[in-house]
Design a binder for this molecule. Sequence first.
Ligand code: GRG
Length: 296
Amino acid sequence: MEFNKWMNEKVSRVDECLKDIIELKDNPQKLIYESMIYSLMSGGKRLRPILMLGTYEIFEDNDETILPFACAMEMIHTYSLIHDDLPAMDNDDYRRGRLSNHKMYDEATAILAGDALLNKAFEIGLESIIKHNLDAKKAVEALSVIGTSSGADGMIGGQVVDIYGNEKIKTVDELKYMYYLKTGAIIKSSVLAGAVLGGATEREIEALEIYAEKIGIAFQIEDDILDVEGTQDKIGKPIGSDIANDKVTYLSFVEIEKARKDVNKFTQEAIDSLQIFGEKAKKLIELAKYLTNRDH
Ligand code: GRG
């Protein structure tokens, strides 16, 4: 199937699954559901679920049973964006061209919506083991990888380093470490959860680990480039905001032309790591190119 059609089909199925999971009911806590749905259904690209589904496709044809895991990834990502926008963190009034969650609702609701999305992610993953009669060992391993990548030694750790230690970053390797935790870890766990659920061998996991790490760093450098090029306003982030805030980014260490070359280099290394899968990795190859050629 042609790549764009494949992507659109995956996005629709993830959207449908998310809608089924977060159902608006007329009960006293309805507000929390409204707030969760507001951010979950606000035009995210669904990159992490698609990475998981694309990886799983290397091993299995029918991804219906792992859709809840893919949705779990999107819920964790959405929670992180809601909390990242809060006044205590990045203090952003807009996200994806719309009011951020705490501006649309209020801070308490935004904090709780993020918390509820994080809970829901693990709830649906665990529920699906029973509902789809999944291999419990693989499913628990996948959830464990997802949990670690979003916690203190993953995304939350990266956020802490960025908030409290950004100005102390002195080398490109220190910056890459922060980026790996903050952005790369959940990109990697999206790929690895798909691999574990699909029954990948150790050698296959190793190859996919390299793929995920390389696309993660390429994706983040591309984000830094987009920030100075002024295309970030499309997703509601003020143009050049990281630079204006004197934040250390990849462009604090290298010229923009070199940064562009590095994006291409890491993308190519990601693609090269997939050689052992042959034709089966075609979608992951396309995804690597899509992720790092973003004006979307
Ligand atoms: C609050 C625990 C906590 C963590 C926040 C993800 C994050 C950590 C902060 C977001 C800030 C940021 C701009 C990170 C760079 C990675 C990035 C470009 C995220 C946006 O991901 P996309 O492009 O977003 O997949 P969409 O809108 O498509 O879902």
